[in-house]
Design a protein around this ligand. Structure first.
Ligand code: PEP
Ligand code: MN
Length: 360
């Protein structure tokens, strides 16, 4: 057995006997085959000596072929060269537009959640972030409102029309959360929680996988395979800063990873400058730099009263700063031939300014 792996992508319209023909061909050369249904295509992974032989000419042509090694297979850009678009409720990530998800680090109470949600909706976010289950570095910090927090997120979606993206920390929560949320976030501390990845993969729900702050780009890509191998291609990878010797910022935002990921994988890439930097003044310049580096989406902490936040208040933008960032981002996006994804609630401010005088 050799390590050589050959990947073949077939249109889903191919006659099953064609796939069977390929399987028989590989079998006859002592080569094992595994087939995945991904992105509306059949992806065959062949491993063994037959992958080194010339491919037979009498079988239906695959749409794409690629060589793989090191356990990085289904995420490879060569399989889907035009990229994968991920749909999180009404928001699309990876279709060319820049999608901004914003909201508080943690869901804290109805007033904070609703007023922050209204603010990010009226300033052009396409999705709402907010943690109900918070994986904190110490057990003595606020751990989130848990299921009650999910109810508040659902109410905020009801009012603003924004889909909700929230962190899942436990594989046993996946099914119950899937009934409420539009997309799962897998946090930096859980990037290699493989049971969680598999469960999220099985759920078929869209997910954002954050890079472990001590993990390499290769480790991120192979962690993503756990989700893809379950047949779930609705996956966004998120750079959120890594640990380096530099202590002036909370983490070091690795923008080279963004440019690299865009070339190595068909999955869209999100950047979370808030958690990377921990300094609100740096969020705008690094958000612009992330888009210039090729990011498809952004995840931004916004809070109506950052000084009262129960979690990560130091890095949250005030709504007016978020508004400014969005207008700078709009200009920058045009400059690099892209545009901000249109917000679902474009006329939201008119509707709600009248109804809710507490809109910030
Ligand atoms: C978050 O986005 O709320 C979060 C906890 O981020 P990270 O996992 O990147 O620290
Ligand atoms: Mn946080």
């Amino acid at each position: 057995m050799t390590d050589a792996e050959l990947l073949l992508v077939f249109d889903s319209t191919i006659d099953p006997s064609g796939i069977e023909g390929w399987a028989q061909h590989f079998d006859s050369t002592g080569t094992t085959v595994t087939t995945y249904r991904l992105g509306g295509a059949d992806v065959m992974v062949a491993q063994g000596p037959g992958t080194l032989l010339p491919l037979p000419a009498d079988l239906p042509r695959p749409r794409q072929t690629a060589r793989a090694s090191g356990g990085f297979r289904l995420g490879r850009r060569e399989l889907f060269p035009s990229g994968t678009a991920v749909t999180i409720g009404s928001a699309v990530v990876g279709d060319g537009d820049i999608a901004v998800f914003a909201g508080p680090c943690a869901v804290e109470n109805p007033g904070q959640m609703m007023s922050t949600a209204r603010a990010v909706a009226r300033h052009g976010a396409v999705g709402l972030r907010g943690g109900a289950f918070k994986p904190r570095t110490t057990p003595y910090s606020f751990q989130g409102l848990k299921w009650a927090g999910l109810d508040l997120l659902a109410q905020a979606r009801e009012e603003t029309g924004l889909p909700i993206l929230t962190e899942v920390v436990d594989p046993r929560h996946v099914d119950r959360m899937a009934e409420v949320v539009d997309g799962f976030q897998i946090g930096t501390r859980n990037m290699q929680n493989f049971e969680l990845l598999t469960e999220v993969g099985r759920s078929g729900m869209p997910a954002v996988l954050k890079r472990g702050f001590g993990c390499t780009v290769d480790e991120l890509l192979t962690a993503a395979e756990y989700i893809l191998a379950e047949g779930n291609d609705q996956l966004v990878l998120c750079e959120r800063g890594i640990r380096t010797f530099e202590g002036a910022t909370r983490f070091t935002l690795d923008l080279s990873a963004v440019a690299l990921l865009k070339r190595r994988t068909h999955l869209p890439v999100m950047v979370d400058p808030s958690h990377s930097l921990g300094i609100p003044e740096l969020i705008e310049p690094l958000t612009l730099a992330a888009v210039a580096a090729g990011a498809d989406a952004l995840l931004i902490d916004v809070h109506v009263q950052p000084e009262q936040a129960l979690c990560d208040g130091k890095q949250a933008l005030l709504p007016e700063d978020f508004a400014r960032l969005m207008s700078r981002l709009e200009m920058l996006s045009l400059g690099v031939g892209r545009r901000l994804a249109p917000a679902p609630a474009a006329d939201y401010s008119e509707i709600h300014d009248a109804l809710t005088p507490d809109v910030v």
